[in-house]
Design a protein around this ligand. Structure first.
Ligand code: NAD
Ligand code: ZN
Length: 340
């Protein structure tokens, strides 16, 4: 089969012929239809420090996918060939205390499809049946292929009660924009999203009814005054990984505000913890999605009117992966989907 392989320990990714994966008794073979290119894939493509330390070569990459079940293992009873599916890209162990308590997303033995395990940028991918999430008819393959990052957005946005609250989102990347759409959908009062990239802020305003603020040229205070906000944001969703964004968020939270942190800083940075203490801020780290509560909630919200389709700004054939990765690495405003 054709697959995109991180074949060499250097910048790039290469389309190669590789054997179709064999499946075990508890696995499913998925015929891949659409895949999403993620920031993680760009790190692997660029072969940065994180990728060098994490990804074994050669490896088929990719973890955002939707497709159709092509075969099921001997022990798989609840899934059928032909079913349309997506699935969780984190493969968990079942031995830890957290996993045995049903909190699979907290399992310390987690491995990542397309990061440490063979991935979905391929005609076929092997997925444990446990990880498979069937798609409702109303969720088509391209939306199915972005459920992984939408899940990040949903997990972060639903970490704290935001109904009737004022929410600040820092970072209008695809996940920040989808987080803003989710915050709107579930009933936040004001949703303000910041970035330093005007194209991304324009896309945010197209996807959801939010207030975009370019913090490189506009004052966040002025926007808050205009909205009639007096004390600060109740909930913050940090989705940039940029240290100045977290500083700015802290400066604009209410006393006792709650912050969910999804953005991954490129490197450690100095940070004044005293501000968290004196302002009695709650910080919560977010990694991945909750298995499988986040999946349930996001499918339910998509079925009840959550619309994130406009966050897809590139649709290319898998054969055009060179152009797709070049665009992703150059900062495409939204998600790029590859058609297999
Ligand atoms: P992205 O890199 O596409 O978007 C980040 C955005 O932050 C960019 O548009 C950038 O211009 C903006 N930004 C930079 N400086 C800023 C500032 N001072 N204020 C406001 N915005 C600023 O990322 P993404 O794919 O949307 O993902 C969001 C973040 O979440 C990234 O840091 C990513 O690494 C991380 N992530 C975490 C998880 C997890 O499980 N925790 C999963 C996926 C992605
Ligand atoms: Zn991803």
């Amino acid at each position: 089969m054709k697959a995109l392989v991180k074949a060499r320990a250097e910048r790039g990714i290469w389309m190669q012929d590789v054997p179709t994966p064999e499946i075990g008794p508890a696995d499913v073979l998925v015929k891949v239809r659409k895949t999403g290119i993620c920031g993680t894939d760009v790190h692997i493509y660029n072969w940065d420090e994180w990728a060098q330390q994490t990804v074994p070569v050669p490896l088929v990459t990719g973890h955002e996918y939707a497709g159709e079940i092509a075969a099921v293992g001997a022990e798989v009873r609840h899934l059928q060939v032909g079913q349309r599916v997506s699935g969780e890209g984190h493969v968990v162990g079942l031995r830890s205390r957290a996993a045995r308590a049903g909190k699979y997303h907290l399992d310390p033995e987690t491995k990542g499809i397309g990061v440490n395990l063979p991935g979905a940028f391929a005609e076929y991918v092997r997925i444990p049946a446990f990880n498979i999430v069937p798609l409702p008819d109303s969720v088509d393959d391209e939306i199915g292929a972005i459920l992984d990052p939408l899940g990040n957005a949903v997990h972060t946005a639903l970490s704290f009660d935001i109904v009737g609250e004022d929410v600040l989102i820092t970072g209008a990347g695809p996940i920040g924009i989808m987080g803003a759409a989710v915050a709107r959908h579930v009933g936040a009062r004001h949703v303000v999203i910041t970035d330093v990239n005007p194209q991304r802020l324009a896309l945010a305003a197209e996807v959801a009814d939010v207030v975009p603020v370019n913090v490189a040229s506009q004052s966040l205070e002025e926007q808050m005054q205009r909205l009639g906000m007096r004390e600060g944001f109740d909930v913050g969703l940090e989705m940039s990984g940029a240290p100045p964004a977290l500083e700015q968020m802290l400066d604009h939270m209410v006393m006792g505000g709650r912050i969910a942190l999804l953005g991954i800083p490129a490197r450690p940075f100095p940070f004044d913890l005293g501000r968290i203490v004196f302002r009695m801020i709650t910080l919560k780290g977010i990694y991945g999605r909750e298995m499988f509560e986040t999946w349930h909630k996001m499918l339910a919200m998509l079925e009840s009117g959550l619309d994130v389709r406009k966050v897809i700004t590139g649709r290319l054939a898998a054969a055009d992966y060179g152009e797709a990765f070049a665009r992703a690495a150059a900062g495409e405003p939204g998600k790029i989907i590859l058609d297999w």
